[in-house]
Design a protein around this ligand. Structure first.
Ligand SMILES: NC(=O)c1ccc[n+]([C@@H]2O[C@H](COP(=O)([O-])OP(=O)(O)OC[C@H]3O[C@@H](n4cnc5c(N)ncnc54)[C@H](OP(=O)(O)O)[C@@H]3O)[C@@H](O)[C@H]2O)c1
Length: 258
């Protein structure tokens, strides 16, 4: 097992990409703590993960809103009280607003940054004393940091993921001397609740056009499944990636190659 004995915290681990990463980590022998807001979703995820866990590995859940500093405090207190170091931190929880630039409200801007940027920044900072000497921080970014989709207004989302990429590279430099590796995964479009929620409000024609465009654009002929992202996360969490830091890994069916 590639993650035997490691302890990982996955934000947004109750659904979508975060849950798929948690499942893969547990299969590879890690103990996981998943964080999300909805206690019911966390319970369902815990049942799924406990079914995957090999004997002795722990599956913990914690309900916290990471877009608020109280939520970050709660996670930091939980880790501190447990008295056990953390080997892997996955900053995955995120929100996507696809709003035309001229219509983005200050509230949407603040909410987007609170979760996509501030939470990743301060959660990592607060957990630093608990990250073991060869810990791995994995940030879940997006292709939208660098590549856009026609008629898909992404200024706010792209800005937040661009910030996450900069954070990844700068932290790799700052934390490298402490033995901590920091990398990001930039997924392509993945079929999750977030993706479905972001298109359901579009007129039917726009949904059809977007779906056709996306399918046409992927060299591998389909959008992603949450499990498509998990393999890269396992690699980055494992000792196989001992000399890998400061990189943004595209896992996107080839989309950004074009
Ligand atoms: N899906 C895509 O096409 C795609 C593509 C590229 C990048 N990404 C990125 O991948 C990451 C995961 O996306 P996803 O599609 O898997 O999303 P998802 O299916 O909507 O899952 C989001 C997870 O984050 C949790 N969450 C949301 N807001 C939170 C908050 N304020 N505090 C704590 N937890 C919160 C959710 O649980 P609760 O709702 O219960 O809090 C859930 O567990 C995001 O950073 C996203 O930007 C997604």
């Amino acid at each position: 097992m590639r993650l035997h004995g490691k302890r990982a915290l996955i934000t947004g681990g109750s659904d979508g990409i975060g849950l798929a990463i948690a499942e893969a980590f547990v299969r590879e022998g890690a103990g996981v703590l998943i964080v999300g807001r909805d206690a019911g979703k966390l319970e369902t995820a815990r049942d799924t993960l406990t079914g995957e866990a090999k004997g002795g590995d722990t599956v913990e859940t914690l309900s916290a809103d990471l877009a608020a500093s109280a939520g970050i405090d709660a996670v930091a207190a939980h880790i501190s009280q447990s008295g056990r170091p953390l080997d892997v931190l996955v900053n995955n929880a995120g929100v996507a607003y696809f709003v035309p630039f001229e219509a983005v409200s200050e509230e949407e801007f603040q909410q987007s940054f609170a979760l996509n940027v501030t939470a990743a920044f301060f959660l990592t900072q607060r957990l630093l004393p608990h990250l073991g000497g060869s810990a791995s921080v994995i940030n879940i970014s997006s292709y939208f940091a660098n590549k856009m989709i026609p008629k898909r207004p992404s200024s706010l989302y792209s800005l937040s993921k661009g910030a996450m990429n900069s954070l990844t590279k700068s932290l790799a430099f700052e934390l490298g001397p402490h033995g901590i590796r920091v990398n990001a995964i930039a997924p392509g479009t993945v079929d999750t609740a977030m993706r479905r929620k972001s298109i359901v409000t579009l007129p039917q024609q726009a949904q059809d056009d977007l779906t056709a465009y996306v399918e046409r654009s992927y060299p591998l002929g389909r959008i992603g499944r949450p499990s498509d992202i998990a393999g890269m996360a396992v690699y980055l969490a494992s000792d196989e990636a001992a000399w890998t830091s400061g990189a943004i890994f595209a896992v996107d069916g080839g989309y950004t190659a074009g």
